[in-house]
Design a protein around this ligand. Structure first.
Ligand SMILES: [Zn+2]
Length: 195
């Protein structure tokens, strides 16, 4: 059973999520609405789960000297709208109506600058470790809530970071099971319609 997840479209906030607001966002271009979901994978340090470092990266407070890899990325000004931890808990960094800085140089079906028109959701994980059942369920519930809150967003317009930034990004990786996600999303959408 997928728990109810609700988004207030006016504020762009997810009820019940832990909110850790990032300074790394700005407004979408005038008149541009969320039309695409971009799925990402992230872990910090790479391959390690559960630490505070993703929050720290997205809030611009990652200590460069805490790990050799952090020195390379600490100065990056990046974010995502939300992160789904390994246990399925959701952390929100940027209101969904705003533009988070997650996709970088990117294109979806010929349309560049995906941050302008997309919502970026990170799954805590790596390209070669299966994502958890709790993560698939939370992602499906979150996506159904996003589709309900933003009619501009279609359940058909979903992609991976590697698909919009090929050659530059590999996440969420081959371990992300799109068919499984779509099946759970269908269930969540049906549950949403039933109310
Ligand atoms: Zn990514």
């Amino acid at each position: 059973m997928i728990g109810a997840v609700k988004i207030d479209a006016a504020t762009g906030l997810l009820a019940g999520a832990r909110q850790v607001f990032s300074p790394h966002f700005d407004a979408r271009p005038a008149g541009v609405l969320p039309e695409l979901l971009v799925v990402h994978g992230i872990s910090l340090p790479p391959g390690e789960f559960g630490g505070p470092w993703i929050d720290r990266l997205f809030t611009g407070t990652l200590p460069a000297d805490a790990h050799p890899y952090f020195g390379e990325i600490a100065a990056q000004r990046v974010s995502a709208h939300a992160l789904i931890r390994r246990d399925g808990r959701i952390v929100q960094y940027v209101p969904f109506g705003e533009r988070a800085w997650h996709a970088g140089q990117s294109a979806y079906r010929g349309r560049t600058a995906c941050n302008d028109f997309s919502i970026g959701v990170e799954l805590e994980g790596t390209d070669d470790v299966p994502y958890t059942k709790e993560q698939y369920e939370a992602l499906a519930a979150l996506t159904a809530a996003l589709v309900a809150a933003y009619p501009s967003l279609s359940a058909q317009a979903m992609t991976g970071h590697s698909d919009v930034a090929p050659g530059r990004k590999t996440d969420p990786g081959p371990t992300f099971d799109w068919a499984r996600f779509r099946e759970l999303l269908d269930q969540a959408l049906r549950a949403t319609v039933r109310g």
